[in-house]
Design a protein around this ligand. Sequence first.
Ligand code: NAP
Length: 281
Amino acid sequence: MAATRIDGKALAAKLKENVRGEAASLPRKPGLAVILVGEDPASRVYVTSKRKDCEECGFYSEEYALPAQTTQKQLLELVAELNGRADIDGILVQLPLPKGLDEREVLLAIDPGKDVDCFHPYNVGQLTIGAPVFQPCTPGGVMEMLKEYRIDPAGKRCVVLGRSNIVGKPMALLLLHAHGTVVMCHSKTPDLKELAASADILVSAVGKTGLVTADMVKEGAVVIDVAMNRNGEGKLCGDVCFEEAAVKASYITPVPGGVGPMTRAMLMKNTLTAAKLHQGV
Ligand code: NAP
């Protein structure tokens, strides 16, 4: 059986189109401020694509490219200023921050109502109790994909590889809230292969090329590859051995063109949500 390829690029374009439509009907354009500290080339690429997404969705956007020598105090002052701005609905601090800056303190300083990345403990708490204001972008994008392809996690065994605060943990929570039976795996999980092979829905968010081989995929499973790794030739790839896994899976996401574009689209959706809240719509 050849798996259906889940087209994240097409779905993200559709999602952004809907966001654009809704944004156009608001009294004021949604506004997103993106802060980049230092010269990390990958972060630079992400920030540029966020600006492009804002243009596509008809948002107002501001970008702050700060030098690596920026102090914690300067960064906190900028966040405080943006918290107070009526035209800014979302504030995103591009991670990772350069060494010497306290990421946790910076994320805590963002007004939870403008925390469109859903990293603030308030929003993480809301997510945990099943009442999220914002959807965490990457796991939220995965849930949108499942919905689009009519894949219902209810009653399914969902195995999540990776337990980071950004992907693994919120992914597990969203699947749990959708009534999946969730198993979380990490670097200390001894029987990873067997657990993965028992999954109806397998989500890999580890960051290790070639980790998920065909023997870890159950016949008919849905395989979601969150990872964005570089192979030996510098090409973007995921954790899953795509060709061999696709022979057994029922649905599978490619890398690139799978979860990545959905993450970006979800950031736009969250900024729209924040703008609606701020404008009382
Ligand atoms: P991370 O913070 O490095 O977390 C990786 C997780 O994988 C950790 O929980 C770690 O376990 C676990 N792990 C490491 N080796 C393992 C192994 N051999 N077997 C099982 N689990 C193992 O990474 P992240 O930020 O969650 O990102 C994960 C991947 O997703 C990366 O490739 C990243 O680039 C990608 N990503 C993609 C998007 C997107 O939009 N598509 C967004 C964010 C991240 P421990 O906790 O025990 O260390």
